[in-house]
Design a protein around this ligand. Structure first.
Ligand SMILES: Nc1nc2c(ncn2[C@@H]2O[C@H](COP(=O)(O)OP(=O)(O)OP(=O)(O)O)[C@@H](O)[C@H]2O)c(=O)[nH]1
Ligand SMILES: [Mg+2]
Length: 396
C-alpha cells in the first residue's frame, strides 16, 4: 500500500484516505507510516463565509497549479451537509475539466461528528495526500465555527475570501479567522461594493499575519478566474516569508536554489534499549510510528515523528555492529544527523569535489528504498551526517 501510495497511485490514495478516515487499526498504522514518510506539501487554507465563492476559487487555484505542473489535493470541509455539499464541489470541479486528470485529487469531508475533531481529521487527510506526493493541498472550510477555525491552523498560508455586501456576515466570522488571514481576497469583484469592502479591510490592516507579513489584498472574480494569478503570486510570497520548512516548498513552486531544498530528516540516537528510551519521547507526546530490525546493519530502529522530522532510536542487535561499537566507545547519545536533499547524487559529487571526507563514496539504498550516504565527522564539526534522498524510482 505505501509503495503504491508513494508512487502516486490515485486509487491507492483514495483507499488510503478512506482507511485513515475510518480511523481503525489499519488506518492508524497507515497514517503513522505516512507521517514517518515525512513529506510535506504547501497547504493553502481557503476560508470565508458561506457562499463567498471558496469552491469556485479553489477550482481556479487548482487549474492554475496544474498549468504550473503541480499536483494538487483538495480537502473540502463541508459546513453542514455531510453528503450533498461536498459532492457538489466534486461535481463542479469535474464539470470544469478535471475529469480524468489524476493531478487533482478531491476529498470532501463532513464537519460534524468527526471522531477526534475536525481539524485532526482534515490534517490526517492532508498527511496522506502529502505521502502520496501531492505538491500542494488546498483546504476549503467555512470560517464560522470553532471547528472550522481549528482547520485554518493546519494551513501554511491562509486565504480569507470575503465578498461585497456581506455586511453583518463579516462580523459573524470569528475574530480568529480575521487574525489567521495571511491574504485577503475580495471575491465577486464584478459586484458593486468591492471598493467599499477593500477600504474596510485596509482599515483593519495590522490584524493578521504577524512576523512582519502584512496581509495583502487581492480582488478576484472567481467565476472567470480574474485575479487568480495575482493571488497565487501572493501565496508564494507569503510562503517565502514564513520560516524554514516552507523553503523546500518554494523550490517546489519554481524557485530553484542550485542544490534544491533541504530539511532535517531525522536525528539518530544510539540507545542500549529502545524500550527504555522511548518512554521519555512518548511522555513528550511523540508517537512511535515504525519499528524495524535492519538485519545487515544489526540494528533495531524506532521512528518517532517530530513535526516534519523524526527521532530515530537505534538499538544494536549485536555488540560488534556499528551502533554496538559506538555505544562501547562513546556511550548512549546522538549518533548522526540526517539531512534530506532532493538530489543525492548531485550532493555526493558536490561534497566530493570540495574535498569533504565521506564514509564511503557510494550512494546506498536503505530500508524503504531510501538512498543515502554518510559524511565523516572529521568534515562536519564532529557529528556523523547522513545525506538522504527519496526512494529510488521503482524501488521500495
Ligand atoms: N458574480 C460572481 N459570482 C460568483 C463569483 N464567485 C463565485 N460566484 C458564485 O457564488 C456562488 C457560490 O459559490 P461557491 O464557490 O459555491 O461558494 P462557497 O464559498 O464555496 O460556498 P459554500 O461552500 O457553500 O460555503 C456560486 O453560484 C458561484 O457561481 C464571482 O466572482 N462573481
Ligand atoms: Mg464550497
Amino acid at each position: 500500500m505505501m509503495t503504491l501510495l508513494r508512487g502516486g497511485d490515485v486509487r491507492a490514495l483514495a483507499r488510503a484516505v478512506s482507511l485513515v478516515e475510518d480511523g481503525a487499526g489499519a488506518g492508524a498504522g497507515l497514517l503513522a507510516a505516512c507521517r514517518a514518510a515525512g513529506r510535506r506539501a504547501l497547504r493553502i487554507g481557503v476560508t470565508g463565509p458561506p457562499g463567498a465563492g471558496k469552491s469556485t476559487l479553489v477550482d481556479q487555484m487548482a487549474k492554475w497549479l496544474r498549468r504550473d505542473g503541480k499536483t494538487v489535493g483538495v480537502v473540502a470541509v463541508d459546513p453542514s451537509s455531510p453528503y450533498t455539499g461536498g459532492a457538489l464541489l466534486g461535481d463542479r470541479i469535474r464539470m470544469q475539466g478535471f475529469a480524468g486528470d489524476a493531478g487533482v485529487f478531491i476529498r470532501s469531508m463532513a464537519s460534524r461528528g468527526v471522531m477526534g475533531g475536525l481539524a485532526r481529521a482534515a490534517e490526517d487527510v492532508c498527511v496522506v495526500m502529502e505521502a502520496a506526493g501531492r505538491d500542494v493541498v488546498l483546504v476549503e472550510t467555512v470560517g464560522v465555527g470553532q471547528d472550522e477555525i481549528d482547520v485554518v491552523h493546519l494551513a501554511d498560508v491562509t486565504v480569507l475570501v470575503l465578498v461585497p455586501g456581506m455586511g453583518d456576515e463579516v462580523q459573524s466570522l470569528k475574530a480568529g479567522v480575521m487574525e489567521a488571514a495571511d491574504i485577503f481576497v475580495v471575491n465577486k469583484g464584478d459586484r458593486e461594493g468591492a471598493d467599499l469592502l477593500e477600504a474596510e479591510i485596509t482599515g483593519m490592516q495590522g490584524l493578521g499575519g504577524g512576523a512582519g507579513w502584512v496581509p495583502p489584498l487581492v480582488r478576484t472574480v472567481a467565476t472567470v478566474g480574474a485575479g487568480v494569478g495575482e493571488l497565487m503570486a501572493a501565496v508564494e510570497r507569503c510562503a517565502a516569508a514564513k520560516r524554514g520548512g516552507l523553503r523546500r516548498v518554494l523550490a517546489g513552486l519554481g524557485e530553484k536554489t542550485g542544490v534544491g531544498a533541504l530539511r532535517l530528516d531525522h536525528l539518530g540516537v544510539a540507545v542500549r534499549s529502545i524500550a527504555a528510551a522511548r518512554r521519555f519521547y512518548e511522555l513528550l507526546g511523540m508517537e512511535v510510528g515504525h519499528e524495524e530490525t535492519v538485519e545487515h546493519e544489526q540494528v533495531r530502529t524506532a521512528m518517532l515523528a517530530l513535526g516534519e522530522s523524526r527521532v530515530e532510536l537505534l538499538e544494536p542487535t549485536a555488540e560488534d555492529s556499528t551502533i554496538g561499537r559506538f555505544l562501547a566507545k562513546r556511550g548512549e547519545g546522538l549518533h548522526h544527523i540526517a539531512v534530506h536533499v532532493e538530489d543525492v547524487d548531485g550532493m555526493l559529487e558536490r561534497l566530493k569535489e570540495a574535498g569533504m571526507r565521506l564514509v564511503s563514496e557510494l550512494v546506498r539504498v536503505g530500508a524503504g528504498g531510501h538512498r543515502y550516504f554518510f559524511v565523516h565527522p572529521a568534515s562536519t564539526g564532529g557529528v556523523l551526517v547522513e545525506i538522504v534522498g527519496d526512494a529510488a524510482k521503482g524501488d521500495a
